[in-house]
Ligand binder design. Structure first.
Ligand SMILES: *Cc1c(COP(=O)(O)O)cnc(C)c1O
Length: 454
């Protein structure tokens, strides 16, 4: 299978190259040249999760042999307590189900993409014999999922920048207590924006980027999106037979990665009765999918911090398909978005999507209601989806984080204080990190002494 850029001018690449480049040279995102039919994978749950993942990925990754893809998939779910059911489906009432995506090493759904990414990098290092140094900035979850995807992988070092004192202690400990000696968490004396600016600047210096063998783990990587489509198929497989024909998926959303993965699966033949885009108060996507207008606002902190985003990077892939795979038109519209213009999506029609927005009061209310009604603790991100349940429609709510990651919010809403052994163990672990000033020069010096070059 080849992969095309959404902006239409970069040359098509195979899976391994599209994975390794992340962003296409014309600024676009890679999408598969054609969408396979995944209906043969809808086997009513006969396949264990890693087999399902391998069956799905073989359609796209034709650079590896089938056996290699099997191994990649097996390795990517080995860190889950029950790899064969990596994403358990929990029934709350006749028609309402929760797909729990928080059983991976960092207790959030990003593990699904980043465990696979870690193994693909390890494979690339083994194949080329060349080391890589991953550099990224994080406001929380992505950094720790990347760290746990690459911890102890030979030939890889990981440098994650985060704003000092501006992420939760638990989030910081998830990054600084990995115990792996190829992991370099860096607290930056500044904001998340400073950390991101430094990363951009260092990647922008192409000579340094090449000499330091820098790689990124950004949210637009093709492999992350594809890995995420798998759990939608798993959910359909695990639904009772009479609920499987057109389930509605409710998806807590930040940059549109998670919901895009489901929508793509539906374009490949997976039955779906629609997708609900669930945002917090940062409602760019809720407004977009009600009005067709892309108009970023300013980011405001919320109780669901991993969705505090006003840039929907993965929307570009949806737009490309919406425009009939017209790369030139996609490039034109994304150029206007990048210039800060408000853009109306041409021929907009809500289609398969509905949208909902939940502010902080609503998050607390939904957590309390879900606890009262079903005895189920939903984390603040998942709670954004729980305001839009129609009891008459088979519905799968995607649960994106473990409630124990947000004990204060859960306790405020329900009086319960959830815990998790992984998080308890972090409290007594020894953190390992450095603190650097918020300048690209300081980070560059630090990288130069710590990267792997051969
Ligand atoms: C990243 C994240 C989201 C948002 O996912 P997108 O792919 O950005 O839509 C939602 N919930 C949690 C817990 C996350 O970490």
């Amino acid at each position: 299978m080849r992969f095309l850029s959404t902006r239409g001018t970069a040359p098509p690449l195979g899976f391994a190259d599209a994975f390794a480049s992340g962003l296409a040279p014309d600024g676009g995102l890679y999408v598969p040249e054609s969408l396979p039919d995944v209906r043969p994978l809808l086997d009513g749950g006969a396949a264990a999760y890693p087999e399902l993942a391998a069956g799905f990925l073989k359609n796209f990754d034709t650079d590896h042999t089938g056996e290699q893809v099997d191994d990649l998939a097996a390795a990517s779910y080995a860190g889950f307590p029950d790899p064969d059911d990596a994403a358990p489906l929990v029934q709350l009432d006749d028609n309402t189900f929760v797909l729990e995506l928080f059983h991976g090493p960092t207790l959030a759904f990003k593990d699904f993409g980043l465990q696979l990414v870690g193994n693909l990098f390890a494979d690339q290092i083994a194949r080329t014999g060349e080391p890589i140094n991953v550099l990224g900035a994080t406001s929380g979850d992505t950094g720790s999922a990347a760290i746990h995807g690459l911890a102890d992988k030979a030939g890889a070092r990981v440098f994650i920048l985060y704003p000092q004192g501006r992420i939760s202690e638990l989030q910081e400990r998830q990054m600084t207590c990995s115990g792996a000696d190829n992991i370099y968490p860096v607290a930056i004396e500044g904001s998340f924006d400073d950390a991101q600016r430094i990363v951009k600047e260092l990647f922008g210096d192409l000579e340094f980027k090449a000499a330091a063998r820098l790689s990124a783990v950004n949210s637009i990587n093709l492999a992350r999106v594809l890995a995420q489509s798998v759990y939608y198929l798993h959910a359909v497989n695990r639904l009772p037979g009479d609920k499987r024909t057109a389930p509605r998926f409710v998806v807590p959303t930040g940059n549109f990665g998670n919901v895009l993965a489901g929508w793509l699966a539906s374009r490949m033949g997976m039955p779906a009765g629609g997708f609900v885009v669930a945002t917090n108060r940062n409602d760019l996507l809720q407004r977009l999918f009600t009005s067709g207008r892309y108009q970023p606002g300013t980011v405001a902190p919320s109780l669901a911090p991993s969705m505090d985003i006003q840039v929907a990077s993965n929307f570009e892939r949806f737009l490309f398909y919406h425009l009939g795979a017209d790369g030139a038109r996609t490039a034109e519209i994304m150029g206007r978005v990048a210039a800060g213009e408000t853009v109306d999506v041409p021929d907009f029609d809500t289609g398969a999507f509905a949208a909902t927005r939940t502010d902080d009061d609503g998050i607390l209310r939904n957590i309390a209601d879900t606890w009262g009604r079903y005895g189920y603790l939903a984390d603040p991100h998942t709670a954004c989806g729980f305001g839009s349940i129609d009891p008459a429609t088979p519905t799968v709510v995607l649960a994106t984080a473990h409630p124990a990651k947000f004990p204060d919010t859960i306790e405020k809403a329900t009086g319960e204080r959830p815990t998790h052994p992984t998080l308890e163990a972090l409290k007594s672990a020894t953190p390992q990190n450095v603190t650097l000033p918020a300048t690209a020069g300081a980070v560059r010096d630090y990288l130069e002494t710590n990267i792997l070059t051969a």
